[in-house]
Design a protein around this ligand. Structure first.
Ligand code: NAP
Length: 480
């Protein structure tokens, strides 16, 4: 059990590992077994104010450290993640349920984000813009925004923080972070790692506990200049409203409802591989999971047969077991949501061709499920499924596919399989999504700006854009 190495049972505030002021805590359980694995502080408003004060106190010296010192700390953080990937991946699997292979991948991509932003900050340049007057210069410089509040979800409890900590710490910001209550340990582990590699006290503070109290303390405090949130659109909207009172910068990575379109000219084997990874990764619990699979009529039967054969071979079980590809869902309400959406679809004419019920492995496990004859009237055409249910829709024309794909309030990620270059360019123009995977079902990478349009969010994570969100631009007019 090497995962206990980073399993902190306290919160990190101003360089100290502390309990909640009133000593209260809450339990965390393994979703695969229901077993309680530990308990963490039930912190609230007061503890958050202390963390914000610590981050504010640390900001002047941290933000003015020589750049290479900050970059050096990030490189050490990257190395610490890579050196401890086994323990960190086990911890992630035990609290979140995903397979150890996926958990290891999450730690590695988290480390890659840290390295990426350590590199990006060295090339982040200002500008000297030509002025109309000959004796004037216009300087445009970049400055860290200040104290940043971070709120993250349970589905990627480690890498969602990596995408925020990397740019914030590279830019010179200080941090107050709140991981999800279902998976607090991977978040707290970032505190332990930052401490181990030498980030000064107060630069990174991590709290667990009441979402509402911690959230309200972060949102109402004028010292916090930016809030970066990954989670549901519902909570994101609430935070955007609350940010207005102190006019904070916000980055919002919210829900998705990804269309996955397979055209007649697609490489069907490749499309099936893409659908498998996009639909069933993390048991279907990713914001970029294929939520609606649209297949053109000429290849519909062929695609369904191959997709069904591949899905039927998936090994379901406790993420720690060798060879397991799909673990449990996070909790019973996630299982019930899948059941509700399935029953709605079946009631409206969908046919279950694979799976369709809870899995014999345990109550939080659900069989990888495929339904055909899906239509736009079914709830999953508008709602995020967040589970291993794959609805397949049939379409005839390109225009019809694009219209159905865009028929949602979300706009995070979309996928299309085709070999027609003209069509690829039309999709690039017409799909109302922040991200498009052409002939690929897995497109997240540190070099690219990850993020959505419409109700899927504001701002980008990764790429050079992911750093800009943590910097303010200052204009100085200089007459001489
Ligand atoms: P969630 O319920 O919105 O929770 C996300 C985080 O917000 C958790 O830390 C939660 O704390 C906290 N929170 C809840 N209510 C709050 C409030 N009133 N004020 C402040 N914080 C609050 O989302 P989730 O169920 O954990 O995550 C799944 C959602 O995240 C899905 O919609 C998914 O698409 C989205 N997601 C988006 C991206 C992206 O990059 N676009 C990536 C991953 C996930 P507690 O855990 O303590 O309740």
């Amino acid at each position: 059990m090497t995962y206990t190495k980073f399993m902190k049972q306290e919160n990190l505030i101003n360089g100290e590992w502390v309990h909640a002021d009133n000593g209260k805590s809450f339990n965390v359980s393994n979703p695969a077994t229901g077993e309680i694995i530990g308990s963490v502080p039930a912190s609230g408003y007061d503890e958050t104010q202390k963390a914000i004060a610590a981050a504010a106190a640390a900001f002047p010296s941290y933000s003015t450290k020589p750049l290479l010192e900050r970059v050096g700390l990030l490189w050490k953080l990257h190395d610490a993640l890579m050196d401890n990937q086994k323990s960190l991946a086990e911890l992630l699997t035990v609290e979140q349920g995903k397979s150890i292979t996926e958990a290891t991948g999450e730690i590695i991509i988290g480390a890659a984000y840290i390295r990426w932003f350590a590199e990006e900050i060295r090339r982040n340049k200002g500008e000297i813009v030509p002025a109309s007057a000959p004796d004037r210069r216009i300087l445009v410089t970049k400055h860290p925004v200040g104290v940043v509040g971070m709120i993250t979800p349970w589905n990627f409890p480690s890498s969602m923080l990596a995408r925020k900590l990397g740019p914030a710490l590279a830019a010179g910001c200080t941090v107050v972070a709140k991981p999800a209550s279902a998976t607090p340990y991977s978040g707290l582990a970032w505190g332990a790692l930052c401490e181990e590699v030498g980030f000064p006290k107060g630069v990174v503070n991590i709290l667990t506990g009441s979402a509402r109290e911690i959230g309200n303390a972060i949102m109402s405090n004028p010292v916090v200049r930016k809030v970066t949130f990954t989670g549901s659109t519902e909570v994101g909207k609430e935070l955007i409203k609350k940010s207005a009172d102190t006019v904070k910068k916000v980055s919002m990575e919210l829900g998705g409802n990804a269309p996955f379109i397979v055209f007649n000219d697609a490489d069907i084997d490749k499309a099936v591989d893409g659908a498998m990874v996009s639909k069933f990764r993390n048991s279907g619990q990713t914001c970029v999971c294929a939520n609606r699979i649209y297949v053109q009529s000429g290849v519909y039967e062929k695609f369904v047969t191959k997709f069904k054969d591949a899905t039927a071979k998936m090994k379901v079980g406790d993420g720690r077991e060798a060879g397991v590809e799909q673990g449990p869902l996070i909790d019973m309400s996630a299982v019930e949501k899948v059941e509700e959406l399935l029953s709605d679809a079946v009631g409206k004419g969908a046919k279950v061709v694979l799976g369709g019920k809870r899995h014999e492995k345990g109550e939080t496990f659900f069989e990888p499920t495929i339904v055909t004859d899906a239509t736009q009237s079914m709830r999953f055409s508008k709602e995020e499924i967040f589970g291993p249910l794959a609805p397949v829709f049939k379409f005839e024309t390109e225009d019809e596919a694009i219209k159905m794909a865009n028929d949602t309030d979300f706009g995070l990620c979309s996928y299309a399989y085709t070999r027609d270059v003209g069509r690829i360019m039309r999709l690039n123009s017409k799909l109302e999504y922040g991200m498009i995977g052409i002939n690929s079902g897995l497109i997240t990478t540190v070099e690219a700006p990850f993020g959505g349009v419409k109700e899927s969010g504001l701002g980008k994570e990764g790429g050079s854009q992911g750093l800009e969100d943590y910097l303010d631009t200052k204009y100085t007019a200089l007459d001489f």
